[in-house]
Design a protein around this ligand. Structure first.
Ligand code: BT5
Length: 259
Protein backbone atom coordinates (compact mmCIF):
# COMPACT_ATOMS: atom_id res chain seq x y z
CA UNK A 1 0.00 0.00 0.00
CA UNK A 2 1.33 3.44 -0.84
CA UNK A 3 1.01 6.23 1.73
CA UNK A 4 -0.04 9.40 -0.13
CA UNK A 5 -1.37 11.28 2.92
CA UNK A 6 1.62 10.45 5.12
CA UNK A 7 3.97 11.46 2.27
CA UNK A 8 2.55 14.97 2.43
CA UNK A 9 3.48 15.35 6.10
CA UNK A 10 7.22 14.66 5.93
CA UNK A 11 9.98 15.75 3.57
CA UNK A 12 10.76 12.19 2.45
CA UNK A 13 8.88 8.92 2.74
CA UNK A 14 9.78 5.59 1.23
CA UNK A 15 7.44 2.62 1.10
CA UNK A 16 8.77 -0.95 1.07
CA UNK A 17 6.23 -3.69 0.33
CA UNK A 18 8.20 -5.95 2.65
CA UNK A 19 11.49 -5.90 4.51
CA UNK A 20 13.36 -7.29 7.52
CA UNK A 21 13.15 -4.31 9.87
CA UNK A 22 12.51 -0.66 9.01
CA UNK A 23 14.68 0.41 11.97
CA UNK A 24 17.57 -1.64 10.62
CA UNK A 25 17.04 -0.35 7.05
CA UNK A 26 16.81 3.29 8.10
CA UNK A 27 19.94 3.08 10.27
CA UNK A 28 21.86 1.59 7.31
CA UNK A 29 20.50 4.22 4.92
CA UNK A 30 21.47 7.02 7.30
CA UNK A 31 25.08 5.83 7.24
CA UNK A 32 25.19 6.17 3.44
CA UNK A 33 23.03 9.24 2.81
CA UNK A 34 22.46 12.62 4.36
CA UNK A 35 18.78 12.17 5.21
CA UNK A 36 16.43 15.05 6.01
CA UNK A 37 14.91 15.10 9.46
CA UNK A 38 11.62 13.10 9.62
CA UNK A 39 12.59 10.96 6.64
CA UNK A 40 10.29 7.95 7.05
CA UNK A 41 10.47 4.32 5.96
CA UNK A 42 7.20 2.40 6.08
CA UNK A 43 6.41 -1.18 5.24
CA UNK A 44 3.46 -3.57 5.00
CA UNK A 45 5.42 -6.52 6.34
CA UNK A 46 8.56 -7.16 8.39
CA UNK A 47 10.18 -10.58 8.54
CA UNK A 48 12.55 -9.54 11.35
CA UNK A 49 10.70 -6.74 13.18
CA UNK A 50 12.59 -5.72 16.29
CA UNK A 51 11.50 -4.80 19.77
CA UNK A 52 13.76 -3.79 22.64
CA UNK A 53 16.60 -6.11 23.68
CA UNK A 54 16.28 -8.10 20.44
CA UNK A 55 12.73 -9.11 21.19
CA UNK A 56 10.54 -9.54 18.11
CA UNK A 57 7.72 -7.37 16.78
CA UNK A 58 5.29 -9.51 14.82
CA UNK A 59 2.36 -8.59 12.61
CA UNK A 60 0.73 -10.30 9.60
CA UNK A 61 1.09 -8.59 6.18
CA UNK A 62 -0.87 -5.35 5.73
CA UNK A 63 -2.37 -5.50 9.23
CA UNK A 64 -0.58 -2.64 10.88
CA UNK A 65 1.43 0.55 10.57
CA UNK A 66 5.15 -0.21 10.83
CA UNK A 67 7.42 2.75 10.25
CA UNK A 68 10.72 4.31 11.28
CA UNK A 69 11.52 8.01 11.39
CA UNK A 70 14.91 9.71 11.25
CA UNK A 71 15.60 12.49 13.76
CA UNK A 72 18.65 14.67 14.32
CA UNK A 73 18.07 16.23 17.74
CA UNK A 74 20.08 19.35 18.49
CA UNK A 75 18.98 19.80 22.08
CA UNK A 76 20.99 21.99 24.46
CA UNK A 77 19.72 19.68 27.17
CA UNK A 78 21.01 16.19 26.25
CA UNK A 79 18.37 14.57 28.44
CA UNK A 80 15.84 15.44 25.73
CA UNK A 81 17.01 12.39 23.78
CA UNK A 82 15.80 10.16 26.61
CA UNK A 83 12.27 11.41 25.95
CA UNK A 84 12.00 10.45 22.29
CA UNK A 85 10.29 7.07 22.80
CA UNK A 86 7.76 8.66 25.11
CA UNK A 87 7.26 11.58 22.70
CA UNK A 88 6.40 9.15 19.91
CA UNK A 89 4.16 7.10 22.22
CA UNK A 90 2.34 10.34 23.10
CA UNK A 91 1.89 11.15 19.37
CA UNK A 92 0.40 7.67 18.81
CA UNK A 93 -1.86 8.02 21.84
CA UNK A 94 -3.22 11.27 20.39
CA UNK A 95 -3.83 9.66 16.99
CA UNK A 96 -5.76 6.82 18.65
CA UNK A 97 -7.74 9.29 20.75
CA UNK A 98 -8.82 11.06 17.55
CA UNK A 99 -10.21 7.70 16.37
CA UNK A 100 -12.52 7.66 19.38
CA UNK A 101 -10.50 5.24 21.51
CA UNK A 102 -8.84 6.13 24.77
CA UNK A 103 -5.23 4.95 25.07
CA UNK A 104 -2.54 5.47 27.65
CA UNK A 105 1.20 5.00 27.89
CA UNK A 106 3.07 2.32 29.76
CA UNK A 107 6.57 3.53 30.54
CA UNK A 108 8.93 3.31 28.71
CA UNK A 109 7.60 2.54 25.22
CA UNK A 110 4.14 0.94 25.01
CA UNK A 111 0.76 2.36 24.09
CA UNK A 112 -2.10 0.48 25.74
CA UNK A 113 -5.85 0.30 25.22
CA UNK A 114 -7.63 -1.01 28.33
CA UNK A 115 -4.36 -2.56 29.51
CA UNK A 116 -3.54 -4.33 26.22
CA UNK A 117 -0.66 -3.30 23.97
CA UNK A 118 -1.73 -1.72 20.68
CA UNK A 119 1.61 -0.14 19.85
CA UNK A 120 5.29 -0.32 20.74
CA UNK A 121 8.10 2.17 20.09
CA UNK A 122 11.80 1.48 19.58
CA UNK A 123 14.19 4.46 19.62
CA UNK A 124 17.78 3.68 18.65
CA UNK A 125 20.41 6.39 19.07
CA UNK A 126 23.45 6.44 16.73
CA UNK A 127 26.86 5.75 18.28
CA UNK A 128 27.95 9.39 18.04
CA UNK A 129 24.59 10.48 19.57
CA UNK A 130 23.92 12.73 16.56
CA UNK A 131 20.79 10.97 15.27
CA UNK A 132 17.94 8.75 16.35
CA UNK A 133 15.98 6.18 14.38
CA UNK A 134 12.62 5.79 16.04
CA UNK A 135 10.35 3.00 14.89
CA UNK A 136 6.83 2.13 15.86
CA UNK A 137 4.31 -0.56 15.19
CA UNK A 138 0.59 0.15 15.56
CA UNK A 139 -1.76 -2.85 15.37
CA UNK A 140 -4.60 -1.82 13.09
CA UNK A 141 -6.76 -4.58 11.63
CA UNK A 142 -5.66 -7.75 13.42
CA UNK A 143 -8.38 -10.07 14.70
CA UNK A 144 -7.61 -11.82 17.96
CA UNK A 145 -6.24 -14.87 16.15
CA UNK A 146 -3.69 -12.66 14.33
CA UNK A 147 -2.11 -11.24 17.49
CA UNK A 148 1.22 -12.74 18.61
CA UNK A 149 0.60 -12.50 22.36
CA UNK A 150 -2.41 -12.43 24.68
CA UNK A 151 -1.45 -9.01 25.97
CA UNK A 152 -1.91 -7.39 22.53
CA UNK A 153 -4.87 -5.67 20.91
CA UNK A 154 -5.62 -3.79 17.69
CA UNK A 155 -7.58 -0.72 16.64
CA UNK A 156 -10.13 -3.01 14.98
CA UNK A 157 -10.75 -4.89 18.23
CA UNK A 158 -10.96 -1.60 20.14
CA UNK A 159 -13.65 -0.22 17.78
CA UNK A 160 -11.64 2.65 16.27
CA UNK A 161 -13.58 4.90 13.87
CA UNK A 162 -11.09 4.38 11.00
CA UNK A 163 -8.63 1.66 10.08
CA UNK A 164 -7.02 3.59 7.21
CA UNK A 165 -3.30 2.98 7.71
CA UNK A 166 -2.25 5.93 5.57
CA UNK A 167 -4.35 8.37 7.65
CA UNK A 168 -3.13 6.78 10.90
CA UNK A 169 0.51 7.21 9.85
CA UNK A 170 -0.14 10.76 8.57
CA UNK A 171 -1.74 11.74 11.87
CA UNK A 172 1.04 10.14 13.94
CA UNK A 173 3.77 11.89 11.93
CA UNK A 174 1.97 15.18 12.18
CA UNK A 175 1.52 14.83 15.97
CA UNK A 176 5.17 13.80 16.27
CA UNK A 177 6.38 16.81 14.28
CA UNK A 178 4.39 19.20 16.45
CA UNK A 179 5.54 17.65 19.74
CA UNK A 180 9.15 17.39 18.57
CA UNK A 181 9.12 21.06 17.54
CA UNK A 182 7.92 21.98 21.04
CA UNK A 183 10.63 19.87 22.67
CA UNK A 184 13.28 21.35 20.35
CA UNK A 185 12.13 24.91 21.04
CA UNK A 186 12.49 24.16 24.76
CA UNK A 187 16.07 23.00 24.12
CA UNK A 188 15.17 19.38 24.95
CA UNK A 189 13.64 20.28 28.31
CA UNK A 190 10.59 17.98 28.61
CA UNK A 191 9.38 19.78 31.71
CA UNK A 192 9.47 23.24 30.10
CA UNK A 193 7.57 22.18 26.98
CA UNK A 194 4.86 20.37 28.92
CA UNK A 195 5.74 16.89 27.63
CA UNK A 196 6.55 15.53 31.07
CA UNK A 197 3.20 16.65 32.46
CA UNK A 198 1.31 15.18 29.48
CA UNK A 199 3.07 11.89 30.06
CA UNK A 200 2.29 11.91 33.76
CA UNK A 201 -1.37 12.62 32.96
CA UNK A 202 -1.64 9.81 30.40
CA UNK A 203 0.54 7.24 32.10
CA UNK A 204 -0.69 3.71 32.75
CA UNK A 205 2.32 3.28 35.04
CA UNK A 206 2.39 6.21 37.47
CA UNK A 207 0.64 5.41 40.74
CA UNK A 208 0.76 1.66 40.06
CA UNK A 209 2.50 -1.05 42.02
CA UNK A 210 5.18 -2.43 39.73
CA UNK A 211 7.84 -5.09 39.65
CA UNK A 212 10.98 -3.95 37.84
CA UNK A 213 13.04 -6.77 36.37
CA UNK A 214 16.56 -5.60 35.58
CA UNK A 215 18.80 -6.96 32.83
CA UNK A 216 21.06 -8.51 35.47
CA UNK A 217 18.00 -10.52 36.67
CA UNK A 218 17.73 -8.50 39.88
CA UNK A 219 14.23 -7.21 40.63
CA UNK A 220 12.47 -4.76 42.91
CA UNK A 221 8.85 -4.11 43.77
CA UNK A 222 7.42 -0.77 44.65
CA UNK A 223 5.14 2.01 43.49
CA UNK A 224 5.91 3.99 40.32
CA UNK A 225 5.62 7.57 41.54
CA UNK A 226 7.14 9.85 38.92
CA UNK A 227 9.02 10.31 35.65
CA UNK A 228 12.11 12.43 36.28
CA UNK A 229 13.39 15.23 34.05
CA UNK A 230 15.48 12.83 31.98
CA UNK A 231 12.58 10.43 31.28
CA UNK A 232 13.54 7.84 33.92
CA UNK A 233 10.94 6.15 36.10
CA UNK A 234 11.00 6.87 39.82
CA UNK A 235 10.01 3.86 41.94
CA UNK A 236 9.43 3.98 45.67
CA UNK A 237 9.96 0.71 47.53
CA UNK A 238 9.29 0.23 51.24
CA UNK A 239 12.89 1.13 52.04
CA UNK A 240 14.18 3.41 49.28
CA UNK A 241 13.46 5.47 46.19
CA UNK A 242 15.21 4.47 43.02
CA UNK A 243 15.43 5.87 39.53
CA UNK A 244 15.16 3.40 36.66
CA UNK A 245 16.42 3.94 33.08
CA UNK A 246 14.65 2.28 30.15
CA UNK A 247 18.01 0.85 29.11
CA UNK A 248 18.44 -1.00 32.41
CA UNK A 249 15.23 -2.97 32.47
CA UNK A 250 14.07 -6.24 31.01
CA UNK A 251 10.41 -5.90 31.99
CA UNK A 252 8.14 -3.72 34.02
CA UNK A 253 5.15 -5.64 35.35
CA UNK A 254 2.13 -4.65 37.33
CA UNK A 255 1.75 -6.51 40.61
CA UNK A 256 -0.57 -6.59 43.55
CA UNK A 257 1.45 -5.70 46.62
CA UNK A 258 4.69 -4.22 47.98
CA UNK A 259 7.44 -6.50 49.26
C1 BT5 B 1 8.50 -2.78 21.41
O1 BT5 B 1 9.46 -3.57 21.99
O2 BT5 B 1 7.36 -2.71 21.76
C2 BT5 B 1 8.99 -1.98 20.22
C3 BT5 B 1 8.36 -2.42 18.95
C4 BT5 B 1 8.82 -1.58 17.78
C5 BT5 B 1 8.35 -2.16 16.48
C6 BT5 B 1 8.61 -1.25 15.30
S1 BT5 B 1 7.83 -1.78 13.85
C7 BT5 B 1 8.72 -0.66 12.89
C8 BT5 B 1 10.13 -0.59 13.48
N1 BT5 B 1 11.01 -1.57 12.87
C9 BT5 B 1 11.39 -2.52 13.75
O3 BT5 B 1 12.13 -3.49 13.48
N2 BT5 B 1 10.86 -2.24 14.96
C10 BT5 B 1 10.07 -1.03 14.94
P1 BT5 B 1 9.28 -4.37 23.37
O4 BT5 B 1 8.82 -3.44 24.45
O5 BT5 B 1 10.56 -5.11 23.55
O6 BT5 B 1 8.09 -5.35 23.08
C11 BT5 B 1 8.28 -6.52 22.34
C12 BT5 B 1 7.27 -7.51 22.88
O7 BT5 B 1 5.94 -7.09 22.51
C13 BT5 B 1 7.43 -8.92 22.31
O8 BT5 B 1 8.33 -9.67 23.06
C14 BT5 B 1 6.00 -9.45 22.41
O9 BT5 B 1 5.74 -9.89 23.72
C15 BT5 B 1 5.15 -8.21 22.20
N3 BT5 B 1 4.70 -8.06 20.80
C16 BT5 B 1 5.29 -8.48 19.65
N4 BT5 B 1 4.57 -8.11 18.58
C17 BT5 B 1 3.49 -7.44 19.07
C18 BT5 B 1 2.36 -6.82 18.49
N5 BT5 B 1 2.16 -6.77 17.16
N6 BT5 B 1 1.47 -6.24 19.32
C19 BT5 B 1 1.62 -6.23 20.66
N7 BT5 B 1 2.64 -6.81 21.28
C20 BT5 B 1 3.58 -7.40 20.50
Amino acid sequence: MEYPKASQVVSGLEFLAETGSTNQDLASLAKKTDLPEFFTLVTDFQSAGRGRLDRAWEAPPASSVMASVYLKPRFENQSGIGWISLLVAQAIKKTIGDLGVSANIKWPNDVLISGSKVSGVLAEVSQDLSSVVVGFGINVSQEEKDLPVQTATSLLLAGASSLDRDSILASTLSNLKAAYAELSEAGGDAQACGLRQKLLDSSATIGQLVEVLFKDQDSVRGRAVDIDDTGRLVVKTQTKTLVVSAGDILHLRAHEQDD
